[in-house]
Design a protein around this ligand. Structure first.
Ligand SMILES: *Cc1c(COP(=O)(O)O)cnc(C)c1O
Length: 458
């Protein structure tokens, strides 16, 4: 198997290459040239496995050349041993909704599930054997801490995390800036998450800078993250044993929900994938109207979804446009030149076969948190609450799983305001209450970030 780019199908890269590079040359995103399709019989066999063995089977499809199954299995076991939940994730029933809790890792968000494994893969694949690797990542709050928890003090790896200054929750910032490590640099950029993501993309596209610092990335545009997230869609299906299963997914960069789309491509009989957005609703607009037009970012009580440029949507476009790389390039070109692109009616119709998209505003999110607490004595994090809201707004669904993307403690200010309850920090949280936070505030410009990085490499 090899990998090509959404904007150029003639490119050929190995799993190790795309793992290191993150973004394809020319700005496209990597995709595999084959996706394994499981038969009903295959699915029956997989359904017997525990989470870690299931993860081994599924992830192995995408990195066969580099990792044999035994080695992968031992990396997976090592990665998930520190999770509070032995089965990594947990399903609960809240009213008529199945909640898939994905926050038993060290930083209490679903990002840990991919990031813990990615950290171990960096070592195993000897990505940083001969030369120091500098990982640069943009975060809307949770990717950064998950990356730090996974990569802190690893040999030959530096990690630069860009977060939007004053636009993430206090606990999110505290986790990111107190775990520390001699190789960790936190940068608070005076801008939005989209600004941070744009800087990272620009640096990747700056070939001379990229090669000068041997730059790598672990944002959700990195295919390896998506691969790890496919697993829990299968796991939920096997646990619940229900047909017509739909998934409602709190969405920002379209990474987590795209993993569900890949699971469907692999033969998992998913009914609908429901995109839940907050007021930064570019995905809701494009899926319901065909117009993809980034707006300015609004700050919300769901900061990890305060995103207007949903990068992974490009991967969906590639498949929806019948794998036509030229058509994808054209749309992306329109986006960068004109600031938007339009999809034909037929294309929108095709997307709507698999997807629904619903916007939940802050007021509704708060009502949902309050309502679920009153009725079921269960506290949802605000992001997860948007998933509940979206699931309830789509008519005709049979069985819905909402992805619980973060532990409510990460957003304890909002929870306290809405429910009057103050939450205790969970035991498995990697955060150091008494430690001084370490981060540098810098301006929203490529040059300042570049200079900052170079100054740390001297
Ligand atoms: C990252 C994140 C999301 C959005 O996930 P995407 O893969 O970017 O769509 C939603 N909720 C929480 C809590 C997150 O950390």
């Amino acid at each position: 198997m090899n990998y090509f780019s959404t904007r150029d199908k003639t490119l050929k890269f190995s799993f190790k290459d795309i793992f290191l590079r993150g973004l394809a040359p020319g700005g496209g995103l990597f995709l595999p040239n084959e996706i394994k399709k499981y038969s009903k019989e295959n699915l029956r066999e997989l359904s017997q496995l525990n989470y870690k063995d299931l993860a081994t089977e599924i992830i192995h499809n995408f990195c066969k050349q580099e990792l044999d199954k035994k080695e992968l299995s031992s990396l997976i076991n090592k990665s998930y041993n520190g999770f509070l939940e032995n089965e990594v994730v947990k399903l609960k029933k809240i009213g008529n909704i199945h909640l898939l809790e994905l926050y038993y890792g060290p930083t209490l968000a679903f990002k840990d599930i991919a990031m813990q494994l990615i950290g171990n893969m960096y070592d195993y694949l000897q990505i940083a054997k001969d030369k120091i690797v500098n990982i640069v990542v943009a975060t809307s709050g949770d990717t950064g801490s998950a990356a730090i928890a996974s990569l802190s003090n690893r040999k030959n790896i530096n990690l630069f995390v860009l977060h939007p200054h004053n636009k993430i929750s206090k606990v999110q910032r505290k986790i990111m800036t107190t775990i520390g490590g001699s190789n960790i640099y936190n940068i608070a950029v005076e801008g939005s998450f989209d600004d941070c993501q744009k800087i990272v993309k620009d640096l990747f596209n700056d070939e001379s800078f990229r090669s000068k610092i041997n730059m790598s990335g672990v944002n959700s545009i990195n295919w390896s993250r998506i691969v790890c997230q496919i697993v829990y869609y299968f796991y939920s299906y096997f646990k619940l044993q229900k047909d017509n299963l739909s998934f409602s997914v709190p969405t920002g960069n379209f990474g987590d929900i795209f993993a569900g789309y890949v699971a469907k491509k692999m033969g998992l009989p998913i009914d609908k994938l429901i995109v839940a957005t907050n007021e930064n609703d570019i995905l809701q607009r494009v899926i319901n109207s065909g117009v993809y037009k980034p707006d300015t970012v609004k700050t919300s009580i769901t900061p990890s979804m305060d995103i207007q440029v949903a990068s992974n949507f490009e991967r969906l476009l590639f498949y929806i446009l019948d794998e036509n790389d030229q058509k994808v390039s054209k749309l992306m070109n329109d986006l960068s030149l004109k600031g938007s692109f339009n999809l034909d009616k037929e294309v929108v119709k095709k997307i709507k076969k698999d997807f629904e998209a619903v916007r939940i505003n802050d007021e509704d999110t708060q009502k949902i948190i309050k309502n679920i607490d009153d009725k079921h004595q269960f506290i949802l994090d605000p992001h997860t609450a948007t998933g509940f809201g979206a699931a309830n707004k789509v008519k005709g669904l049979k069985n819905v799983v909402v992805l619980g993307t973060a532990h409510p403690y990460k957003f304890n200010d909002t929870i306290e305001k809405v429910t009057g309850k103050s939450l205790k920090a969970p035991k498995h949280l990697k955060m150091y209450i008494d430690k001084k936070e370490k981060f540098d505030i810098i301006g929203n410009s490529n040059l300042e970030v570049k200079n900052y990085i170079l100054s740390k490499l001297l």
